[in-house]
Design a protein around this ligand. Structure first.
Ligand code: FE2
Length: 284
């Protein structure tokens, strides 16, 4: 019997969908991602994004990015005084978190029939995209992402969030592909990040340590979409290769009969509504 993506998703906590995008579609998104790097405003605050140092916790630049397209730099790309040490095109860790609403090309691919079909197959009744990111993972500077569950940052219950992670370039062990711990979505929620009243962020406990042997590298060719259960533990390594590993990722939540934590860093706003994916147009 043909195994459905729902079976795999429930068993492993992730599903690999090859050829989700065609090569030319990936190239269009990569061109858009590179174009964004040409618009880096030198006066814009250079916010270093590093999950290793937890710097985002104190960063209002990050907190206010829910309804904007903001830049997050690699720590290895900036000098002590925030000056760029590499070419701007190689300096970014990511941009986020409202590409799906504000950027016409990313909006088009996010609210596509393919994405809607996946949500239907996984049983979503009223799915909404709540955040989106373009991840650069550039050669030499692309930083490590420590093991985590997405639900740490985006708490919903009883239905956890769903991550779409789309490789826009080949993702290999050398350039920092995802490593996933199969079945770990059945082990509960290991850590939560809370937004406090004074607009600071705080974890409820230290980052858990997971044995390396629990992870499987999920190297995929460009155009592949990896669906991630909100509770599955995943990570990626520093990019020590000479090839970039661009990806587009976004998260979907269930809105029907489901609780969205008011303590999540990301909140729905006038400029960043959690629109029903099934009924939202690809055009702004
Ligand atoms: Fe993640």
């Amino acid at each position: 019997m043909h195994e459905t993506i729902l079976n795999q998703f429930q068993r492993d906590g992730y599903v690999v969908l090859e050829d989700f995008l065609r090569p030319a579609e990936c190239d269009e998104l990569v061109a858009a991602g590179i174009e964004i790097t040409k618009q880096i405003d030198e006066n814009a605050r250079k916010s270093v994004f590093t999950t290793v140092k937890d710097q985002e916790n104190r960063d209002t630049y990050f907190l206010e990015s829910n309804d904007k397209i903001r830049y997050f730099f690699e720590s290895d790309a900036l000098g002590e005084n925030g000056e760029l040490k590499v070419d701007p095109s190689l300096s970014l860790n990511k941009v986020g978190h409202a590409l799906h609403l504000l950027h016409p090309i990313f909006r088009c691919y996010t609210y596509s029939d393919r994405v809607k079909a996946v949500c239907q197959q996984l049983g979503f009744k009223e799915p909404a995209v709540v955040q989106s990111m373009y991840i650069y993972k550039n050669p030499g500077v692309g930083g490590e992402v420590i093991p985590h569950q997405d639900i740490t940052y985006l708490h919903t219950e009883p239905v956890p969030p769903l991550g779409f992670w789309i490789a826009l370039q080949d993702a290999t062990v050398q350039n920092g592909c995802l490593w996933i711990s199969p079945g770990s979505h059945k082990s509960g929620i290991h850590r939560r990040l809370f937004k406090k009243q004074n607009n600071t962020l705080e974890y409820d406990r230290p980052a858990p340590v997971y044995p390396q042997s629990s992870f499987t590298p999920v190297a995929v060719p460009k155009g592949t979409c990896i669906l991630l259960h909100g509770n599955v533990v995943h990570k990626s390594a520093h990019n020590n290769s000479d090839k970039s590993r661009h990806a587009y990722t976004f998260h979907v939540i269930e809105k029907k009969d489901n609780n969205y934590s008011p303590e999540n860093w990301l909140q729905e706003g006038k400029e960043a509504p959690f629109l029903n994916l099934y009924t939202t147009s690809q055009m702004a």
